[in-house]
Design a protein around this ligand. Structure first.
Ligand SMILES: NC(=O)c1ccc[n+]([C@@H]2O[C@H](COP(=O)([O-])OP(=O)(O)OC[C@H]3O[C@@H](n4cnc5c(N)ncnc54)[C@H](O)[C@@H]3O)[C@@H](O)[C@H]2O)c1
Length: 296
C-alpha cells in the first residue's frame, strides 16, 4: 500500500481520525475541507491539505467522503466522477440514504469506478483509535480490494450486500441510539424527581439488563448536564432520524416510536441545540417536565 493515494473530503470529527489511521497505515493522504481549521488540523497529523478538490480527484486510487448531508455527498461525488481515473474506488463513510447510495453507485459504475456506502459507528473516539464498526454496501467482487483499507480505519468490517445495504443498517442503528438517549433522559427525570440521583440509576442500569453502549458513550454528558463535549452533533442525528423515517415510510412501516423521537430532536434543533452533542435532546424533556436530571 506504500504508494497508494487516498483522498479524503471532509476532515471533521470522523474524517480527522480516519486520516490519522490512514497515515499510520502507510497511505499517502490528500485532504480537502471547506473549513481551513479542519484542514490545518489534519496537516498536523500527516495529510497533505489541498485547496483544489480536482487535484485530489485526478490523483487518487481511493476517495473517501465524510460529509454532513446526502446533498453534499451527491454534489461532491458527481464532481469527482468527472476527474477520477477508471479502476479507482470511492468509499462514502457519511450517513446518507439508500437512494443516494444507489444513484451514485450506478453513476460510478458507468465510469468504471467502484462505489461503496460504508457508514460508520463508534464516534470520533473509535475513528481516532481505528476501531470503527463499518457496514458496507456495493459490489462483492470489488469489496475484496477495498477491505484492507477499511481494516486500517475500522475493527469490525461487515459486507452487508448490494449498494445501499450499509445505509439501511446504519439508519436502523441510529434510530435505536436516538431512542435510547431520549428514553434515558425521561427515565432519569422520573427517577431523580422520585428521589434517587441519576448517577446511581445509571450505574445500576449499566450493571443490569438496561446496559447499553449508548449510555457508555453519551451518559457522561447526560449525567453532568453539559452537552458541549460533542460526541455526535445533534443536527447530524436529527438528519439520520429524518432519513430513517423516509425509509420506514417508503417501506410502509408504522413509525409510532420514531415519530415521537423525531419530534424531540426537531424541537431541540429548532431551539438552537443543533451544534451541541446529541445528548442535548434531554434539555427538551427537561423543559417539558420543568425538572432537571442534575438538580442545581
Ligand atoms: N460524529 C460521529 O459520531 C459520527 C458517527 C458515524 C457517522 N457519522 C457521519 O459521518 C459524517 C461526518 O460526521 P462528522 O461528525 O465528522 O461531521 P463534522 O461536521 O464534524 O465534519 C464534517 C466536515 O465536512 C466539512 N464540509 C462541509 N461541507 C463540505 C464541502 N462541501 N466540502 C468539503 N468539506 C465540507 C465540514 O467543514 C466538516 O469539517 C456525517 O454524515 C455523520 O452523520 C458521524
Amino acid at each position: 500500500m506504500g504508494n497508494e493515494k487516498v483522498g479524503v473530503i471532509g476532515c471533521g470529527a470522523m474524517g480527522r481520525g480516519i486520516i490519522k489511521n490512514l497515515v499510520l497505515g502507510g497511505y499517502q493522504v490528500l485532504a480537502f475541507d471547506v473549513n481551513q481549521q479542519a484542514l490545518d488540523a489534519v496537516e498536523q497529523i500527516g495529510a497533505s491539505p489541498t485547496s483544489q478538490k480536482e487535484d485530489i480527484f485526478r490523483q487518487v486510487d481511493y476517495l473517501i467522503t465524510s460529509l454532513p448531508s446526502p446533498q453534499l455527498v451527491k454534489e461532491t461525488i458527481s464532481d469527482a466522477l468527472t476527474f477520477m481515473k477508471e479502476g479507482s474506488y470511492i468509499l462514502d463513510v457519511s450517513t446518507t440514504d439508500v437512494a443516494t447510495s444507489r444513484t451514485i453507485f450506478q453513476q460510478a459504475k458507468d465510469k468504471r469506478i467502484a462505489f461503496f456506502d460504508c457508514p460508520l459507528s463508534g464516534g470520533p473516539e473509535g475513528a481516532d483509535k481505528g476501531e470503527l464498526t463499518i457496514v458496507v454496501g456495493g459490489d462483492p467482487d470489488e469489496f475484496i480490494t477495498v477491505s484492507p483499507l477499511l481494516k486500517v480505519i475500522g475493527k469490525e468490517i461487515e459486507y452487508i450486500g448490494e449498494s445501499g445495504s450499509g445505509q439501511i443498517v446504519k439508519l436502523c442503528n441510529n434510530i435505536v441510539v436516538a431512542g435510547i438517549i431520549t428514553l434515558l433522559s425521561e427515565a432519569f427525570l422520573t427517577g431523580v424527581k422520585a428521589g434517587v440521583p441519576a448517577t446511581k440509576i445509571a450505574e445500576m442500569m449499566q450493571k443490569g439488563s438496561a446496559q447499553t453502549k449508548a449510555m457508555s458513550i453519551f451518559g457522561a454528558n447526560l449525567l453532568d448536564g453539559n452537552h458541549e463535549n460533542v460526541k455526535f452533533m445533534l443536527q447530524h442525528m436529527s438528519k439520520d432520524i429524518d432519513l430513517y423515517m423516509d425509509l420506514a415510510k417508503q417501506e410502509k412501516i408504522p413509525t409510532f416510536f420514531s415519530a415521537s423521537i423525531e419530534q424531540f430532536f426537531t424541537t431541540a434543533k429548532n431551539n438552537g441545540k443543533g451544534e451541541l452533542d446529541t445528548s442535548a435532546v434531554s434539555q427538551v424533556l427537561e423543559e417539558l417536565a420543568d425538572s432537571l436530571i442534575v438538580p442545581k
